[in-house]
Structures are given as C-alpha cells and as structure tokens.
Design a protein around this ligand. Sequence first.
Ligand code: 164
Ligand code: MG
Length: 368
Amino acid sequence: MYIKEINLYKITMKMRNPFTTSFGTEQNRKFILVEVKNENDLSGWGECVTTERPLYIEEFTDASWMMLEKFLIPAVLKTKIEHPDELQDRFKAYKRNHLAKSALEAAVWDLYAKSKDMTLAEALGGVKSTIEVGVSLGIEEDIHTLLNNIKQKTEEGYKRIKIKIKPGKDVNVLAEVRKQFPDIPLMVDANSAYTLDDIPTLKEMDRFNLMMIEQPLTAGDLIDHAKLQKEMETPICLDESIHSYEDARKAVEIGSGKIINLKVGRVGGLTEAKRIHDLCKQENIPMWCGGMLESGVGRAHNIAITSLANFTLPGDTASSARYWHKDIIDPEVVVENGLLTVPDKAGIGFDVNLDEVLRNTTESKKFN
Ligand SMILES: O=C(O)CCC(=O)C1=CC=C[C@@H](O)C1C(=O)O
Ligand SMILES: [Mg+2]
C-alpha cells in the first residue's frame, strides 16, 4: 500500500458532562484525528487521544501535532507499507510519544484492513463478535449525584461500574455506594493519587468486594505496586504504569498487579497492544480495554482490539451518547445491556462523518 496523503485535524469537542479524576476535570476535549490515504484514495483513520494539558501522561495535543508533523509523518508519507506492524521499526528511533505514534499507526491499520476488505478486528486476530462494556464515572462533589449516576448506568445494563477516587473521597464514598448497591460489579480508579504511606486506607478497601483497584500509586511505578499487592487482597490493575510490552513483562514478573488495563494509545499502538495481549494470555493475566474519553474513531479501534480473546473483563468503551451530543461516526456506538456488537464492515467498521469532523475542526493540515 502506497501512502499518498496524510491529513491532520485538530478537533475540539465539548463533552455532555465534565469528568473529574484525582488529577483534574475535563470537559472540552482537544485532540487530533489522523487520516491516511492510499493510491486509490481509500482513507484510514486514527485518533490521538491527547488532552490539552499533560495531566494523565506527558504528551499533550499541541506537542503531539508537532511530533506527527516533524517526525512521524515524514517516516510514512510517500512510502510503501506491506503491513502496519512495520511502523514500530520506522518510529523506533524516536523516544516515547506513544499517543502520537499510536494515532498514525491506527490510521494505517484501518487503511490496511479496508484495503484487504477485512474488519479491523479480523486483521488484529480478534475472535469475539460481541464485547462486554463497563462505564467509568468521575468524582462528584455530592454523593447523591454519584449514587444517581451509578443507578442510571446500572439500569442501562453496563457490566461493571468504575468510580474514580482520591484521598478523602474513597472509603467514605465506597461505604455509601455499597450501602445502596451491595452486589454490583464495582471497581475504583485512583489515577496514582496514593503512596505506600496510605496502605492502611488502601487495605480498608478490601472490605468492599471490589473487582480491582486501578493504579493506586505513582504513574510508571512497578516496585511499590508489587509491595502493595502483597498487602492487599483486592487485585491491583495497572494503567499509568504500562507503556510497553517490556513494562507488562516486568509487572507480571514481579507481581505489580493481577490485571492490566490496556490503552492502545498509552502503549504506542495496536501492534504493541497485540504483543501485550499475547503475553497476558500466556501468563493468565486478565485484561480489559481502557478509555480516554475518545470520539467514535478511537472508540472503534478500542472495540476492535477488545475482540481479542484475552480481553476477558468489561472495558470502558461506553456508548457515544455517554460522552457526546453528536459523535463523528455513523452509526454511533450504542451499548445495549452492557454489550456491543463488533462491526462487520471493513476497517474500523463505522463511517467517519466528515461534515461533523470539519464542524469540530479548529486547524487542519494536508501532507502530500
Ligand atoms: O470512559 C472512558 O473513556 C474512560 C474514562 C477514564 O477512566 C479515563 C479517561 C482519561 C484519563 C483517565 O482519567 C482515565 C483512566 O484513568 O482510565
Ligand atoms: Mg485509569
């Protein structure tokens, strides 16, 4: 496949509701879409899941734009690609910048699958035709708002509820949640807000029968998580500590956690995601696909990777309407009874609504 043209779109989309974690509140999503065209004018799409400020990870939207423009696009434009796995090698000289690398690689994967008339799920080795979906709920000022949100999402059928916690809004919040919902599949995500000094508080969470606690300690840490896991019964799930296959291998080896939240962007793309999947499958580490408050484009890639066999736990790939008044894909993603059907159309399986993309575009650039 010859890469004839690449387009970048800087997008601003306002979410229906603000989303608060231990590190801040997000409502205006500013991210990048990448469109890659081959010699037949077929388009593949990828999403760079950065935010305006580097709060979750060190990358941010303007920096990733520059990374794509100066280094990654020149490594791909006007070249032939036999298979998307080749991009890892082309990008290897450039350190990190995983969200930017992943976005361009994702667009090439979509284009590759379309050019072979396969679904992206098939191209990745997916085996499931439906996937289970959970939902991630932000921190709320007021407990009644959170309880109402949980009630609504449970009634909508989501297969598990994840709530964000931070010091001061943890054990007390969980006690209220469990009083009202003693049996729902429940987990928490701390986004790195604790240290080993908080072991007494973290151990108190063992009494709430949680599926897991996600990323309690520092981003990037593996050692302290291994110490904490030995003290806690609740399985630890790693998010901000897993940036690569190598991180996953080390985490498994030293017991930093029992579950992995795989985010395609964070690990640098679908090719690396597949490698981590295969490792976790072999090592019996359950996984699920995390979300980055994506538009439909990133969500479609998440659905495709979740169709691989070892994504055995519900992911964060909720309905488009959970986030957006209007998504940029047709049809929108609709979760029913906590289940999503993996699309059977070629590539990502959803049409990108170019009018809607352009309506939300603040800057664009064509490379050819
Ligand atoms: O619904 C989603 O897309 C997942 C939301 C979510 O939990 C997260 C989104 C973005 C950054 C983090 O706060 C985060 C997470 O840590 O998993
Ligand atoms: Mg997380």
